[in-house]
Design a binder for this molecule. Structure first.
Ligand code: ADP
Length: 397
């Protein structure tokens, strides 16, 4: 059985065709600059040369048409006809309060998603275009929406409600939603598998540290906390996002810099985080390089990042009355030995006996604490596409 996974941004479309009999990726790729000049789609097949299409794609539909051409091409294609694709799974950023579980992408659901776009205006419109495009390019094919928020549906009310007048929750559904749920779900399940335990017997903290970063507390397989909030701006320091700050900073900056709240929000989303503090880059590798050359602001950006992860781990350990495993994933979590060491050193109180040597690993599942460590720490590469494909099959069963 083969499942096509689609992940749309406003001007991009990433895809993966997965053979669910063995979890192998048959083909994957990305279409970029959708709706712009100089569109480009790069199609990859493991073990073969990449195929690049330099074609303009006015909408996501044209990107999907190129994708179909590539998949069934006589010379390098991986399937003989579209009939071989059993279903399509779509990654959707948020279902708001309307959709808190994966769901079949019926016309009604696609229409309903438009109501969620206020909560993720940069993401949902492109994802709706992807769904509508697929309906045309793959007529009659079953499709499922898998939400980045659904794994967080079990977060209890005291954790998801903000202490502001209750009517704003009732009127506008203002609350914490949490994000990166597909990754947090995948990694917490993988942790149980690697520890040879039932996820229902474990308290797990998943640190998804990438350009966007969030931490989840997963108690007995259920998510009870996530560091992102109403939007993905909350929580940790990120590539260009500030994470949590005192809300009073916003009107203060508006007045001092003569800016609108929207302009300040843009600064918090796009000019803050590692980039804003260091003045060097939003990319973690550039930060560590600059740090090694003695750049003090890069060092400060690094230290803030580490401090926020550490204190969030502390809070979530309190929320679960303990932690059995802390897992690191995402581009930084999987690859930065420095960041993991800085987070986990001096955490003996949490039962962490860090293993420096084992920590010298990149992009591969591995335990990074000593066998005697009361709390197990590990690196677990995430696989959001596989999680989406599995969810797609579950929903259609
Ligand atoms: P996104 O949120 O865009 O999916 P990723 O999970 O791909 O982000 O993570 C991107 C981040 O991972 C970047 O900051 C990048 O510098 C960092 N990263 C990737 N490889 C390494 C590495 N070897 N060492 C340190 N950081 C790395």
């Amino acid at each position: 059985m083969k499942v096509l996974v689609i992940n749309c941004g406003s001007s991009s479309l990433k895809y993966q065709l997965i053979d669910m009999d063995n979890n192998n990726v048959l083909a994957n790729g990305v279409a970029e600059r959708i709706g712009l000049e100089d569109g480009i789609l790069t199609h990859k097949q493991p073990g073969k040369d990449n195929v690049v299409f330099n074609e303009n794609m006015p909408t996501h539909k044209e990107a999907l048409q190129i994708l179909v051409k590539a998949l069934v091409d006589k010379e390098y294609g991986v399937i003989s006809s579209l009939d071989e694709i059993s279903a399509i799974g779509h990654r959707i950023t948020t279902g708001g309060e309307k959709y808190n579980e994966s769901i079949k992408a019926t016309d009604e659901v696609i229409e309903g998603l438009k109501e969620c776009s206020e909560l993720a205006p940069l993401h949902i419109p492109g994802q709706v275009m992807g769904l509508l495009g697929c309906k045309e390019v793959f007529p009659g094919k079953e499709m499922v929406c898998v939400f980045d928020t659904s794994f967080h549906r079990t977060i209890p009310k005291q954790a998801y409600m903000y202490p502001i007048p209750y009517e704003y929750y009732e009127k506008y559904s203002i609350r914490k939603y949490g994000f990166h749920g597909i990754s947090h779900q995948f990694v917490s399940q993988k942790v149980a598998e690697l520890m040879n335990k039932d996820v229902k017997d474990l308290k797990v903290i998943v640190c998804h540290l990438g350009n966007g970063a969030s931490i989840s507390a997963v108690n007995k397989g259920e998510c009870i906390e996530n560091s992102m909030g109403f939007t993905p701006l909350d929580g940790l320091e990120m590539g260009t996002r500030s994470g949590s700050i005192d809300p009073s900073v916003i009107p203060f900056l508006c007045e001092k810099e003569n800016k609108t709240p929207k302009e300040v929000e843009d600064i918090l989303n796009k000019e803050s985080g590692l980039l804003g503090v260091s003045g060097v880059s939003s990319d973690f590798r550039d930060i560590t390089d600059a740090m090694e050359k003695g750049n003090e602001r890069a060092k400060l950006a690094f230290d803030i990042f580490v401090y926020r992860v550490k204190t969030t781990i502390g809070a979530y350990t309190a929320a679960m009355n303990g932690v059995d495993c802390i897992a690191f994933t995402g581009g930084i979590g999987e690859n930065s030995t420095d960041v993991r060491a800085a987070i986990l050193k001096d955490m003996e109180f949490f039962g962490i006996d860090f293993d420096e040597e084992a920590n010298n690993v990149r992009g591969k599942a591995q335990f990074i604490t000593k066998p005697s460590s009361k709390t197990t720490c590990m690196v677990v590469p995430t696989n959001e596409e596989l999680m989406i494909a599995k969810e797609t099959i579950n929903i259609l069963k």
